[in-house]
Design a protein around this ligand. Structure first.
Ligand code: ATP
Length: 252
């Protein structure tokens, strides 16, 4: 397995935020992480990214415990796009994306033409190449989000974790980004609220509720009217879309 977690628990005070979570994602697969607000998705992603030590359990990358990896080695393979990622300084868009190359350099390895090409390709993939020279502070919310994703791509990760990456994006860019994530030859775990996008773009889904995994499997298996009623407290009618052949949810 590319990334796996075994019996993860994380507590804040007396509250158990992530409660005995185990999961596995095969190389190149896209796992969607669903759940109501406050169900523990961001907390779980932070643990999987190695930013937070679990109180119990372990995260493995290709069978190796991340707790044994040095920070730099972890950053060379795992990229994380956080929900409220902030960049304070007013640096150019291109320089923000260049930050993604830092884990691949040492004080003795100079910036190379290859790095430039990787940064250019990452900007191009999110449609931000023409904004390369623009200052960060002048970008719109959606443009900033796309630059954060370009930075993660420039990191050339083998695993990418994204916390609600389509926040701030218009529908065209939401679709473009979800398609990009699903087509990347990279293992992806993406926290997502749009259940129709989850059906269209994810290989597998995990549903969280109160810190626990309450459903898992293919989108076809997981997205049921009963699950939506139970976990999200909404009434819905689900059909197979005649257009893309995946489940499509009509909220009632
Ligand atoms: N450091 C912390 N201390 C105390 N409680 C916390 C801490 N971090 C998160 N929580 C709580 O843990 C729960 C899960 O939060 P988390 O952000 O992981 O949920 P989420 O599923 O990502 O939610 P959303 O969909 O709203 O982004 C929430 O009730 C939150 O208030």
């Amino acid at each position: 397995m590319s990334i796996s977690a075994k019996n993860l628990c994380w507590r804040a005070g007396k509250k158990t935020i992530v409660d005995n979570v185990s999961l596995e994602v095969a190389r190149g697969q896209t796992l969607g992480l669903l759940g109501p607000n406050g169900s523990g998705k961001s907390s779980l992603l932070r643990i999987l990214a190695g930013l937070r030590r679990p109180d119990d359990g372990s995260v493995m990358l290709d069978g190796r415990d991340v707790a044994t990896l040095r920070k730099k080695a972890l950053a060379q393979r795992v990229a994380f796009v956080e929900q409220h990622a902030a960049t304070e300084a007013n640096i150019r868009v291109r320089d923000v994306v260049k930050l993604g190359r830092i884990p691949h350099h040492s004080p003795f390895s100079p910036w190379s033409h290859n790095d430039d090409e990787i940064v250019t390709a990452a900007l191009d993939r999110v449609g931000m190449l023409e904004h390369s020279e623009q200052g960060w502070q002048s970008l719109s919310g959606g443009e900033r989000q796309r630059v954060h994703i370009a930075r993660a791509l420039a990191q050339a990760p083998s695993e990418i974790l994204l916390d609600e990456p389509t926040n701030h994006l218009d529908i065209h860019h939401q679709m473009q980004l979800m398609r990009l994530i699903s087509e990347l030859p990279v293992t992806s775990i993406v926290a997502i609220h749009d259940l129709n996008h989850a059906a269209m773009f994810c290989d597998a889904l995990v549903v969280m509720q109160k810190g626990q995994i309450v459903a898992r499997g293919t989108p076809d298996d997981v997205l049921t009217e009963a699950m939506l009623a139970e976990v999200f407290q909404v009434r819905a009618r689900i059909e197979i879309s005649p257009d893309h052949g995946k489940k499509h949810i009509h909220f009632l």
